[in-house]
Design a protein around this ligand. Structure first.
Ligand code: ACO
Length: 326
């Protein structure tokens, strides 16, 4: 297998900021509860005319420039999202047209908050086997469009944004060392958007029942996340033949500060070895990890040769972790 790694990163978040104070005016909640229970202070919200492909496009342009790769050189585009522009065509095809990435194959991947790690694993394998040379992998979400802003259990958590990476060949010794992906379909009912699919097509009844919004059994998902985050990261490290003490930076899914802290404890890591930006953006599902990675790179927190671990969990239920030497 050929060594493959990340050769460019980029992120985009919408301008509109939704603060905890504004949410206090919308539902029965308060800043103190949100900050202590989740760590979130504000999140970004897409405009009425912005869809996930628009956010993905902005992040992708930056990642491509960062990598020094032209859109025409891309062989593959994978978009991880649970908020595609529409059921089909895929958001990846819409993005391919926007970028003018004429020779790229394009598809969306659905694994909720684990979608970015699942997509990395997919694209990396195409390059490692020599099928393709350059791939663009994006996590892009407009969760605000499927969030019920009368439900305090969910509306405080979610935000919109996109993070993109370009994958390509890297020197021997660097790049992805291991992936750990998993799923537990028995937990599917804990986290879902039921309406709009073939089980429960859009109808006046589905709208009335708010079935096009995110439903989440928060406490159950929390317990799962605490169990799986550290475990998935440990398993990826084991496959890579590396130790917890080798980690230079952990880039976890940004769902809840308490979930991240439990993962840090399990991995015996201090908070300074962890990228945390959920205070600014909340949970952006598939976009959380790539946006955090792009900010870590922008902030000079990632140096050549560093060992990065990215780990996420989400609807499905799903989880994913990867070990990467930068
Ligand atoms: N403001 C004030 N009070 C609230 C709010 C709110 N926004 N939300 C809930 N409460 C209340 C509850 O009603 C409950 O009151 P009660 O004890 O009188 O019944 C109390 O606060 C405690 O509620 P819990 O649900 O036990 O609170 P918890 O500490 O579990 O925190 C939270 C809730 C933040 C949702 C947490 O469970 C969590 O983070 N879960 C994981 C969510 C997650 O990571 N989802 C990822 C999925 S993303 C994807 O795949 C799309």
């Amino acid at each position: 297998l050929l060594p493959v790694g990340i050769i460019g990163t980029g992120k985009y978040v919408p301008e509109r900021v939704l603060t905890n104070q504004e949410l206090e005016q919308m539902v029965d909640t308060n800043d103190e509860w949100i900050v202590t229970r989740t760590g979130i202070r504000e999140r970004r919200i897409a405009s009425q005319v912005q869809a996930s492909s628009d956010l993905a496009y902005e992040a992708s342009k930056i990642a491509l420039a960062n990598a020094g790769i032209a859109p025409e050189e891309l062989d593959l585009i994978v978009v991880a999202t649970i908020t595609p522009d529409m059921a089909f065509p895929s958001t990846a095809c819409i993005l391919q047209e926007k970028l003018g990435a004429k020779k790229a194959a394009a598809f969306d991947l659905s694994a909720a908050c684990s979608g970015f790690i699942y997509s990395l694993a997919n694209a990396a394998n195409f390059i490692a086997t020599g099928t393709y040379k350059y791939a663009l992998v994006i996590g892009a979400e407009c969760l605000s469009k499927i969030t019920d802003y009368t439900d305090r259990n969910t509306c405080i958590l979610f935000g919109d944004g996109a993070g993109a990476v370009v994958l390509g060949p890297v020197p021997e010794g660097r790049g992805f060392k291991a992936f750990e992906l998993g799923a537990d379909g028995t937990g599917g009912p804990l986290l879902k958007v039921q309406g709009g699919g073939s089980r429960c097509p859009a109808s006046p009844q589905s709208l009335e029942g708010k079935q096009h919004f995110i439903y989440m059994a928060g406490a159950e998902v929390f317990k799962f996340a605490v169990r799986i985050m550290g475990g998935a990261a440990e398993e990826a490290l084991r496959k890579a033949g590396m130790e917890k003490s080798d980690i230079d930076l952990l880039v976890p899914h940004q769902a809840n500060i308490r979930i991240i802290q439990s993962a840090l404890q399990k991995l015996s890591l201090s908070e300074d070895k962890c990228m945390i930006n959920l205070d600014k953006y909340g949970n952006m599902s598939a976009a959380s990890i790539p946006v955090a990675l792009a900010e870590a790179v922008e902030g000079g927190r990632v140096k050549e040769g560093d060992c990065l671990v990215m780990v996420g969990f989400g609807g499905g239920l799903t989880w994913g972790a990867t070990v990467l030497v930068w």
